[in-house]
Design a protein around this ligand. Structure first.
Ligand code: GLC
Length: 458
C-alpha cells in the first residue's frame, strides 16, 4: 500500500512539474527569475578564434560594422576592409586556421572572476559558440572544431564556469543558433556547397538542441543566451520544444534565465527577458520595455570581440560606463557589459580599468542599483539633466551626474519623510517647492562620482 501511495505521489509530482507546454502562451507565462531581475549588472565575454586577428574597422557608421567577432562572416561576404586586412596579414589562410592560434595560454579564470566581482557584476555570460561555429567546450557536435581539440587544448567553458561559480557569480552561456560556414547549416555562406545542407529542423535537432542541452547539464548553466536566430522562424528552430524541456525537465529548471532571441520576430515578444543591443548608439531597440524585464548588451568600446585597433577614444570613459548602467537600471533594464579578452587570455587593461571604476562606485552606491525597480513617478525630463531615479520598497533613489553647485529640483518627491546621501553622514540640505524637493548641493558633483540621494517615502 505504502508503495502504491508513493508511486501515485511520484507520478503526480512529475505531472505537476510538467507545467509548461511547447507553445509561446505557455512558455511566456513563466516569470523571469527574481535573482536575475535583482542582479542588474552582468558581464558578457566574447572570446573565440576571432580574438586572433582581433580586427574590425573602427570608424564605421553602422554599429554592426565595428564587430570584430564577425570576422569570418565578413570575409565570406566579401567585405573589402576585412579581405584587405586578411590578405595583408594572413595571405590566403582559411579562417579556421585561427583556431590553432587561439591558445589562451595566459587565461586565469580565477583572476577574471575576481575582476568581475570587484566590478560589482552579479552574473556572467560567455560565448560558448559564436557564429564561426568554434565551440569553447568539447562538444561531440563540433568534435574537430573546439577548444580542447585545437589551440588551447582546454575546456575553456568549463574552466570559466567553475571559476565564476566558485566566486559566487551566476554564470551561463551565449549560444549562436547559426553557423557561418558549417556545410550542414541550411543557410551557410560558403560559395561552393560540399554537401547537401540539412533543413533548419534537422540542424536544430542534430546540433543546436543537443549542444544547448550539453551546456545546461554539463555546466549547470544559469543562463542560456541565444543569438543568430534571424534566419528562420522559431518553429524551425524548435525553440518552444527546447524551452519546455528546459523549464520542465532540466536540472536548472527553476532558476535558469533565457532571452528573446528564438526565431524571426521573437525579439521583444517571446521567451524570457527581452534584449537590446547598442540601443542608444543606433543598434537594436526591439526589447525596450517599461513593463517587461529587459537587458541591454554592448561593449565598453564598439565591438564585442576584442578589436586591437580600437584606441582610447573608442571606449566609454569611466563616468560613461557608470552612467550607462544607471540609465539602463533607471529604465527598468539590466546591463550586460561586454569584455573581449585577447587570444592568449588576458583582459585588456582599458576594460579592466573601466570595470574597476564601476566597482568603486557601486561599492558605495550599489544600494541604489541592486534589487531596485524603475520609479514610475520619475520626471521624464530629469534624465536630460543627468538625474536618474530607482526605487526599492519605500525608498526612492536619485542618482545625480555632473550637476553644478546650488539647488537641484526633484519633481514628485515633496512628500519624502527623510533624505540621506549614500556614503555620507552629513545631513542633506533641502526644502520643498510645490510637489518638488529642492536639494542644495554645496559643491558641484565631481566627475566619476555621481551622487546618490535616498528619500524615504514612508
Ligand atoms: C549580435 C551579433 C553578435 C553579438 C551579439 C550580442 O546579434 O551577431 O556578434 O554576439 O549579437 O548581442
Amino acid at each position: 500500500m505504502k508503495k502504491l501511495v508513493f508511486a501515485a505521489c511520484a507520478a503526480f509530482a512529475i505531472a505537476a512539474s510538467a507545467a509548461y507546454e511547447a507553445n509561446w502562451e505557455s512558455i511566456d507565462s513563466r516569470p523571469v527569475p527574481q535573482w536575475w531581475k535583482d542582479a542588474k549588472f552582468g558581464i558578457f565575454v566574447h572570446w573565440g578564434p576571432y580574438a586572433v586577428p582581433a580586427y574590425a574597422p573602427t570608424g564605421e557608421a553602422s554599429v554592426y560594422g565595428c564587430y570584430a567577432e564577425w570576422y569570418h562572416g565578413r570575409l565570406l561576404q566579401g567585405n573589402k576592409n576585412f579581405l584587405a586586412h586578411h590578405a595583408k596579414h594572413y595571405g590566403n589562410a582559411p579562417y579556421a586556421n585561427f583556431a590553432a592560434e587561439f591558445k589562451a595560454e595566459n587565461f586565469d579564470p580565477a583572476a577574471w572572476a575576481t575582476l568581475f566581482k570587484k566590478a560589482g557584476a552579479k552574473y556572467t555570460v560567455l560565448t560558448s559558440k559564436h557564429h564561426d561555429g568554434f565551440a569553447l567546450w568539447p562538444s561531440p557536435e563540433s568534435a574537430y572544431y573546439n577548444a580542447v581539440a585545437l589551440g588551447a587544448g582546454r575546456d575553456l567553458a568549463g574552466a570559466f564556469t567553475s571559476a565564476m561559480k566558485a566566486a559566487g557569480l551566476r554564470s551561463g552561456f551565449y549560444y549562436s543558433l547559426l553557423e557561418y560556414a558549417n556545410p550542414y547549416y541550411p543557410k551557410n555562406s560558403l560559395k561552393s556547397q560540399p554537401v547537401r545542407p540539412w533543413t533548419m529542423r534537422e540542424w536544430a535537432s542534430r546540433v543546436n538542441l543537443p549542444q544547448m542541452k550539453e551546456l545546461v547539464e554539463n555546466y549547470k548553466a544559469d543562463i542560456i543566451w541565444t543569438d543568430g536566430e534571424w534566419d528562420f522562424p522559431d518553429a524551425d528552430h524548435l525553440s518552444t520544444d527546447f524551452l519546455a524541456w528546459l523549464y520542465n525537465e532540466s536540472s536548472v529548471k527553476d532558476d535558469v534565465v533565457v532571452n528573446d532571441r528564438w526565431g524571426i520576430k521573437c525579439r521583444g515578444r517571446h521567451g524570457g527577458h527581452y534584449t537590446t543591443e547598442y540601443a542608444f548608439e543606433g543598434g537594436d531597440k526591439a526589447g525596450l520595455s517599461a513593463v517587461h524585464p529587459w537587458e541591454e548588451c554592448r561593449g565598453i568600446g564598439r565591438s564585442f570581440g576584442y578589436n586591437r585597433f580600437e584606441t582610447a577614444s573608442d571606449y566609454m570613459s569611466r563616468e560613461k560606463c557608470i552612467e550607462t548602467l544607471v540609465q539602463i537600471v533607471s529604465a527598468g533594464g539590466n546591463l550586460l557589459l561586454n569584455v573581449g579578452p585577447t587570444a592568449d587570455g588576458r583582459i585588456p587593461a582599458i576594460m579592466e580599468d573601466r570595470l574597476l571604476a564601476m566597482g568603486r562606485w557601486l561599492e558605495t552606491n550599489g544600494e541604489a542599483i541592486y534589487g531596485t525597480t524603475r520609479w514610475e513617478k520619475a520626471d521624464p525630463e530629469a534624465k536630460k539633466n543627468r538625474v536618474y531615479f530607482t526605487q526599492k520598497g519605500d525608498a526612492v533613489y536619485a542618482i545625480v551626474f555632473g550637476a553644478t553647485a546650488g539647488g537641484l529640483r526633484l519633481g514628485n518627491l515633496a512628500g519624502a519623510k527623510s533624505a540621506t546621501r549614500l556614503g555620507s553622514s552629513e545631513p542633506v540640505a533641502m526644502c520643498t517647492d510645490g510637489d518638488a524637493l529642492v536639494v542644495t548641493l554645496a559643491e558641484p558633483v565631481p566627475a566619476e562620482s555621481a551622487l546618490v540621494f535616498r528619500f524615504q517615502l514612508r
